[in-house]
Design a protein around this ligand. Structure first.
Ligand SMILES: Cc1cc2nc3c(=O)[nH]c(=O)nc-3n(C[C@H](O)[C@H](O)[C@H](O)COP(=O)(O)O)c2cc1C
Length: 161
């Protein structure tokens, strides 16, 4: 299965999960680039909350050439990050199959489940799987096992492989 992991990460958490997934899935990886580093958290949160599309740099991998695209975003103000909103809107007609993951600061996955569902809605495709990872799991490296289990399920392999 030809797989792409596409993600946006401002402070590295989503990047680390993306890299763990890509390794297990033997996937190509696309880091979405946006100018959000120059903006304050309040402004970013407001933009995400208002579903504003951020400007993103030209991506390098064509989603249409993959069997599965796994898209990852941090949770911002309970929503997907603005760069991922742009990526999904730009590519929704290109995906063959999709799965989603997010990282979030607050423990518990209630808000992130809603956010992952909104990514699915925007993609226009039924998701093959969804994963949420709390930021403190990323700090403790517990995310690696979680990411591997998720990736194994996507590959329909036993998680021990
Ligand atoms: C603008 C902004 C808004 C955020 N809003 C939320 C939120 O609503 N809920 C939450 O659990 N975490 C929130 N966070 C925390 C991030 O989701 C969390 O730190 C995430 O792992 C960051 O991913 P990154 O390191 O890949 O950028 C927010 C962070 C930022 C910068």
């Amino acid at each position: 299965m030809k797989t792409l992991v596409a993600y946006y990460s401002r402070t590295g958490n989503t990047k680390r999960v993306a890299e763990a997934l890509a390794e297990t899935l033997n996937a190509d990886i696309e880091a979405i680039v946006s100018d959000t580093k120059d903006k304050g958290m309040g402004r970013l949160a407001m933009q995400a909350f208002l579903r504003v599309h951020a400007k993103i740099a030209q991506t390098t991998n064509d989603p249409a050439s993959y069997d599965l695209v796994v898209v990852g975003s941090p949770v911002w103000a309970g929503k997907m990050s603005s760069p991922i909103r742009t990526y999904l809107a730009q590519n929704k007609d290109e995906f063959t199959s999709v799965a989603f993951f997010c990282t979030h600061g607050q423990p518990g996955s209630e808000g992130s489940a809603k956010m992952l569902e909104s990514m699915e809605t925007l993609s226009g495709k039924k998701s093959a799987g969804m994963l949420d990872v709390a930021a403190n799991d990323v700090e403790s490296a517990a995310y690696v096992e979680k990411a591997k289990r998720f990736a194994a399920a996507l590959l329909e392999l036993p998680s021990s492989q």
